[in-house]
Design a protein around this ligand. Sequence first.
Ligand SMILES: NC(=O)c1ccc[n+]([C@@H]2O[C@H](COP(=O)([O-])OP(=O)(O)OC[C@H]3O[C@@H](n4cnc5c(N)ncnc54)[C@H](O)[C@@H]3O)[C@@H](O)[C@H]2O)c1
Ligand SMILES: [Zn+2]
Length: 650
Amino acid sequence: MSEFIFNEQHRSIIHKLELNIELHIIEKAINEQKFDSLSNDSLVGLLKIANALYRSGTPIIKDTQYDLLLKDFSIKQPEHPYLNSVEPEILAESKTVALPQKMLSTDKAYSFEEIKKWIDRLLKAAKEVQIDPDEVMIRVTPKLDGYAAFDDGETLYTRGDGVRGQDITRAITRGLRVANDGKRGLGAGEIVISKNYFDEKLTHLFENSRNIQAGIIAEKKVDENIQQAINEGACLFYPFRLLENRTEHYSKILSDFESIVDEIWNSVDFDIDGIILEVTNEAIKDHMGATRKFHRWQIAFKVNNDGVEVEVLDVIPQTSRTGRVTPVAKLVPTKLSGATISRVTVHHYNMVKTSGIGPGAVIQLVRSGLVIPKIEKVIKKVEPKLAELCPSCESRLLWESDNLICPNKTDCPAQTENTLIHFFKTLGNNDGFGPKVIERLASFGKKHIHEIYAIEAHHFSTFKFGDKTSKNLFDQLRVSREVEIEDWRFLSAFGVSRLGAGNCDKLLQHHSLTELFDLSAEVIVKIDGFAEVSAEAIVEGLKKVREEFFKVYELGFNLSVTPKQSGLKSVDSPLAGKLVVFTGSMTQGSRGDMEKHAKALGAKVAKSVTGKTTYLVTGEKVGEIKINAAKDKGVSVLSEQEYLDLLANV
Ligand SMILES: NC(=O)c1ccc[n+]([C@@H]2O[C@H](COP(=O)([O-])OP(=O)(O)OC[C@H]3O[C@@H](n4cnc5c(N)ncnc54)[C@H](O)[C@@H]3O)[C@@H](O)[C@H]2O)c1
Ligand SMILES: [Zn+2]
């Protein structure tokens, strides 16, 4: 690599910072990647320079490195002014203007532990303002890695130093569009560029998308390639309030953190550098307030994106609850984002086969958004290592589309153990029946849920549990029956294929729990959101668990019954009582009007999709991820036209 020295452009920006430091010391530190020996003054100088250059579109160090230096410095001198204000943009010659509203930076977390601590702080604040923890909801959005801006409807501003920014309305005049329906005045957001577009058309012209964001708002004439990207709609001002999001109870955020991070991380076609979590309750927000730098009710979760190349030592099969065999690659232990990684799950066996993954293969691992690392690409292929026998029961494995599966449904220990683990975990109202305990019980021949419930208090000790654990396990079985749970959750705990929580809830809105076992596929198909294939699979799956289900059900659980959707047939409107979400830009009317109309027809309109949503109506430019996520929840996805057809006779 060639030696780094500040060029003319750098120097003219640095000049504006009016620093009193020797630049060659900074250059030396960057070249040697040694920052420990910098004096505090030089370190602050480096931070200020890196920040200014980063915001002008020419970063000199990696984001992760900047963050690390900032963190180190905040330990040394927490009160330093640079750490207690928004890291400013370098404002060009043109005049600054006051922002309509203060724009802050975000606090950052790099681990799940830190997120947990932040949630503890939310809960403490909730308690102080007497808000029930049940009502503490958290909104999760992608943290767009663009150029922060604010739109008050007339002027578009840069964030500047958080109090004063620059008027960049010229970007709009140049044709920069506002996301979704182009409505102005939606407040804070980010100027972004489509990743696909960048990869296809601009990657050979610009080093990174940051160069382009700076170009979009440039005072001088815009680069013609950037202008073309603007004209083609690849560049957008994206107000945060329009962002793809998941809004969930905090306990769900804690329990499903990885999958939520993963979903949101992949929800938009823009560069992102983390995800944003924020509490939605206004009273909690007011109570928590802000520091000079960030809102206490909001936090960014970030991970180190750097990929590493790793050699595969072996590929090991693991049989899941459903019989699907997952390939797990064992790796030469390697450091990635501060953690040592020694194994990674490969998507499925077909990937092992087609990508040539086996001992000696070299893969590139990333932790892009994932707490769990994932395989980005296979760098060196080898003879793939496929599995022939189930690692648990030694049955010969069969291919089923992309997967190898163990066909032994009745007697495969891995399948039975994972089914038991799934049951207790899904109930979620008890403690103690994790993998270790289940494995022990299974090794003593306990293969069914009802058998576990039949264990007497004094019997647990015969399975080599200590007195205290035995008592606790016995108590927990009682607790699991006594603490109220929803009937849909109870049903989904049996792990029937296609009967996840959302579908269970939907079925139970129409039929009672025990009735379900006698439904035919024809009846299920009549309920919105069930296609024929899934209806048949559900009937089949229920048949398989029927005997076990009733044995367990008859033990007497404290089930709350899903309210029935009543009177549907007596009301003419096809939307009566339905929960509808609109997304994307509509072509035949504004979204606001459609929402009003739907309400008038008896629908409830929500902003985000949950398992309770009936219809997701999609306008233009809705990502497949969003659509699939909705489908996974059992939501019916309608195009704008399909939706209008549905209303055609009203
Ligand atoms: N490489 C470098 O030299 C260098 C220098 C300075 C800063 N940086 C990077 O920039 C980051 C700090 O910059 P910052 O203070 O501009 O940003 P930040 O990371 O503190 O985040 C705050 C900003 O996030 C934006 N944002 C994006 N998506 C959002 C969403 N969904 N909801 C709410 N806000 C959202 C907002 O514009 C807000 O102003 C650092 O983490 C660092 O990685 C890098
Ligand atoms: Zn098996």
